[in-house]
Design a protein around this ligand. Sequence first.
Ligand SMILES: [Fe+2]
Length: 283
Amino acid sequence: MVLATSSTGAPLHPPTGTLLSLGHPGGGRLAPMSQVSFGARAPYALPPLPYGETELEPVISARTLGFHHGRHHQGYLTTLNRLLAGDPLGALPLVRVIRETAEDPARTAIFDNAAQVWNHSFYWYCLRRGGGGQPAGRLAALIDRSFGSFAAFQQRFAAAAMSQFGSGWAWLCEEGGRLLVLRTANAETPIAFAGINPLLTIDVWEHAYYLDYQNRRADHVNAVIGQLLNWQFAELNLPPENPAQPAMVAALPQTASPLAYFDPRVSPGATTGSYLSRLARRL
Ligand SMILES: [Fe+2]
């Protein structure tokens, strides 16, 4: 395992904590979440991909994945760390940084880069070799109840990804026991809104697919939905059915695991109606 390091070469927050295996039947194995180096406070470290760069081929090439993770994700992280150097916001967990800056026009740059760091860290786990297909159990029931059928969900999710004008993201989220499909522009993210739990996302920035698909975003989106979506990860992001029994996610040491950044419940920071309104106008 390669530990992330700061620009000076010093190790950043070596990961510790409970192992969480997201193994899959395709023969490969996603790394335990706790092995993803991701600093609890700024300066944040780039989490390694939970699979090899070639493992998502042919849907996503190693070249695309290498640039996407090593240049784009790293770029957001580098900028964020620079912006937070000496800023009290840097003492907060990443989700709190996102929520504290979501409505602050003076801190748009911090919000954009923090949100993109979180969005990409989440996105990598939304994909897996041998993914796609349909979820089972509670998630399948929620999809049926919320959308009518899996086919109807799939159609709506694909439409959100394809209809996002310009750069952005398509999301499957949970809110109050029901699922919803959202699309957000640029860096905007449902994690900024307390009460919405992101389950899955697809990156529809051109950097996510242009080397492989050029302008054919629909081909990329359909291939990702059909072959790569990681339904195990989506199910992990569901809040517990019984709040008295914390989910595996909530039970993990929050400062030692990147799940602290994936789980909005650990950072119920303030987001107000105006952010939701801004987000909702884009749906
Ligand atoms: Fe991206």
